[in-house]
Ligand binder design. Sequence first.
Ligand code: AMP
Length: 286
Amino acid sequence: MQLFKRVDQLQAFLNAERVNNRSVGFIPTMGALHAGHLTLVKRSLAENQITVASIFVNPTQFNEANDLDRYPRTPGKDLQALAKVGCNVAFLPEVDDVYPPGLDTRLQIDLSGLDARMEGAQRPGHFDGVAQVVKRFLDIIQPENLYMGQKDYQQQLIIKQMVRVLDLPYRVITVPTVREEDGLALSSRNVLLDPEIRQRSVILYQTLLEAKKRLIKGELPKDIETWAMEALSQPGFRPEYFSIVDGHSLQPLPDQEELAELIVACTAVWAGEVRLIDNLPLRGNL
Ligand code: AMP
């Protein structure tokens, strides 16, 4: 595996590879890698000749300094894990190289309200930072394929919208969520969970599964949301939202919800001091 810490070095390598018409798959990550990230890498390896994974804890997408400070960082282990699955290139740039002084990398794009609710409402500026960093990496790497996790449902939709609005020549592929055996979605933040809270964090997935059953039985989305917020309000847990939305527009469902072909439930819950997010399609496939 090749390791690059500088943009110009990575670009020189990729330019040389492109002479041979090699396709490039790209997986942006913030490190503290787990089997979820590695599934994206493996998918890219199966579909491209060169796979590039970046590890960059992007300061512009954190809306709380404390969250940025305590975000887990395990670069040594991450590089071993990437090499083990056969990743071709690891890219670990410095902040100054991603955001060179004097280069305005901010984006002003119409996200069609996709950033208005849920994570967008709870974390002001978060998706501006995500779109900014992904666009910057796409400009640098120019991959054929970009791999995003379904775990961050709103994020992958926003990146697809960005690619559409800016008419970028990249395919965005959404990879299903990888879970622990008990159903908790893998997340870099899981290592921060208090062990007792970790045991009970399966409640997020259980509530999503129960919401699906209730929708199939004909319960109204609004009533299911109310039920779920109560179900998630266990000692040590504090739900921020549980939203059942149209899976394309992320808007609340109209009264005739049978019109929506893709319905997704998304939730964010404080589990002790750690904020977890998860989602589940309740009807239709991504
Ligand atoms: P992060 O390092 O948290 O920014 O995540 C990097 C990429 O991995 C994002 O596209 C995430 O959606 C994806 N990802 C994170 N956790 C999982 C998971 N449990 N299953 C699938 N993809 C994931």
